[in-house]
Ligand binder design. Structure first.
Ligand SMILES: [Mg+2]
Length: 260
């Protein structure tokens, strides 16, 4: 009801667009965008992605239209994601909510004890070194083992991180696309989103979220529940009301919004 009052017409209006995604009032919205698998195609290694040359311009235009309310919300560390977002100085939520960059300042979640994270990173690096094909991604707030290059390594990676999670209190094991990850308990994209949406300049605006992964589902569900616009990118079951086939289609929809 509230979002109808501010000019958002949800499903009904979506029926009239070619991609089935309704046209939101950007000046009254907050646009949360996942990165990998949503704005860029996944690659064999996290550092092998190819970023569309116009992505920076697209984000800048969206930021302008939303009054600075474009939020990149990613599993990557902020120190890592910023390499791919040259020219974007807006808010970023990194490490699935374990880090924030608001007004240019990076803050790590208090749950991510640096000593424990360093220890987890060293153990996982040593494990990956003895399992060729496993890629260890160390983050300031946790650690990831990617088995995209060899799916047979999924089971040993799971067993190893499972054992680590049992001996390191406060860190939970999560499954994402071709990867297992240890991250601080109690964090999540949905948790960060909810907190941000209570603060200025986000409070009172309509949440929009584009995400592709199983780890995005709680946030897609929350956005739907709020009457916002939840867009799933790619295949798979989802709580989102709209779907786009791939990152290219997602960028096309976003471009349509700024050209409208
Ligand atoms: Mg993703």
């Amino acid at each position: 009801m509230y979002y109808e009052m501010i000019g958002f017409h949800g499903e009904h209006q979506g029926e009239h667009t070619a991609d089935g995604v309704p046209e939101p009032q950007l000046d009254r919205s907050t646009l949360f965008l996942d990165f990998d698998g949503t704005l860029v195609d996944l690659a064999e290694r996290p550092d092998a992605i190819e970023v569309a040359p116009d992505l920076g311009d697209l984000l800048a235009a969206l930021s302008e239209r939303t009054g600075g309310r474009v939020v990149i919300i990613t599993g990557r560390a902020i120190e890592d994601i910023t390499n791919y977002l040259q020219g974007f100085d807006g808010p970023i939520i990194g490490g699935h909510g374990a880090q924030e960059r608001i007004s240019g300042e990076i803050r790590n979640h208090e749950f991510a004890d640096p000593e424990t994270v360093r220890h987890l990173g060293e153990m996982a690096t040593a494990f990956a070194a003895t399992h060729p094909g496993l890629i260890c991604e160390r983050k300031p707030t946790g650690v990831v083992l990617h088995f995209r290059q060899d799916e047979d390594l999924a089971a040993p990676a799971y067993a190893f991180l499972r054992a680590l999670s049992e001996t390191h209190e406060g860190f939970d094991l999560h499954h994402s696309k071709m990867a297992y990850e240890l991250r601080p308990a109690g964090i999540g994209k949905d948790v960060s989103m909810r907190r941000l949406m209570e603060q200025e300049p986000f409070a009172g605006t309509m949440p929009i979220f584009f995400g592709d992964d199983v780890t995005d589902e709680p946030a897609l569900h929350w956005v739907s529940e709020q009457g916002g616009l939840a867009v799933k990118v790619g295949e798979g079951e989802t709580a989102a009301g709209c779907r786009l086939g791939n990152p290219q289609a997602a960028r096309r929809t976003l471009r349509r919004w700024i050209e409208a």
